[in-house]
Write a protein that binds this ligand. Structure first.
Ligand SMILES: [Zn+2]
Length: 258
């Protein structure tokens, strides 16, 4: 990849902290398409864009409110708490026996949820929302094994197509939506903003810092697409059918024409 060519595009810009390698996703995403998904997810759970997320309330509402669509069919999502092994703190998988997706957290990650740290849960929700077909194709053990193997294939796929990058960048957008940051920006002194972002949304400093950088870089596009989703009468169940889904590819083409 030529970093000079993609520097101005909303992906692949030094995401190592937030981008451990996963699998190649079926579709590419950009910060803009992920913002749309993030706003839609908050609407689905009726959580205002400037509010921190109540993790336990979200957990309890998942079986009733969260769906993920595959080929036009909406599938429900169950949750459970159990040991996962191999140092894993959360997992999203397809349970073919019950025909639902399943999000699991360990006791430790559930305890963090009770303390207001929602990152682990939102990351798994993003996998269910963004990668349902992939999850249906793979057993959970296969996902781990494949991701581990692909980590050693240099340049196997770019960040915009990486499942872990997508889940992380999407989780950051859900937890700290651009509209929420914008409202904070209007109330708080500039030099205090980063710390307030970190405290208000209960995220690690490195996550707040990265999200703040993304916000500054793509602010007007992020706010425009957020307003679009907020104003639309129909709640988008999934961005898969929207023109924004191809944003990454379109931007890539435009970038290479420069
Ligand atoms: Zn993941």
């Amino acid at each position: 990849m030529n970093p000079g060519r993609t520097r101005n595009l909303p992906f692949d810009d030094g995401l190592q902290v937030l981008a451990p390698r996963g699998l190649k996703a079926d579709r590419g995403h950009s910060y803009i398409s992920l913002e749309k998904e993030a706003v839609a997810l908050r609407r689905m759970f009726k959580i205002d864009l400037d509010r921190p997320i109540d993790g336990v309330a979200l957990w309890n509402a998942i079986p009733y409110r969260l769906v993920s669509r595959v080929a036009g069919c909406a599938y429900h999502v169950d949750v459970d708490i159990r040991p996962l092994g191999n140092g894993r703190i959360g997992q999203a998988c397809w349970d073919s026996a019950i025909g639902k997706f399943l999000i699991s957290l360990t006791e430790d990650s559930y305890r963090r949820l009770e303390l207001g740290q929602v990152w682990d849960l939102i990351h798994e929700i993003m996998h269910v929302r963004l990668h349902p077909r992939l999850l249906q194709r793979l057993k959970s053990s296969e996902y781990l094994e494949k991701a581990y193997n692909e980590r050693f294939l240099k340049h196997s796929h770019r960040s915009s197509r990486d499942t872990e990058w997508q889940a992380n960048a999407g989780a950051a957008a859900v937890i700290m939506p651009a509209i929420g940051i914008c409202k904070l920006e209007q109330r708080v002194r500039h030099d205090e903003l980063l710390l307030r972002l970190e405290k208000s949304f209960s995220v690690r400093p490195v996550i707040a810092q990265r999200r703040w950088e993304i916000y500054l870089k793509y602010k007007s596009d992020l706010l425009t697409v957020s307003a679009e989703v907020q104003l639309s009468k129909k709640l988008p169940e999934s961005i898969h059918s929207s023109p924004w889904a191809n944003w990454a590819e379109l931007s890539s083409k435009r970038g290479s024409q420069r």
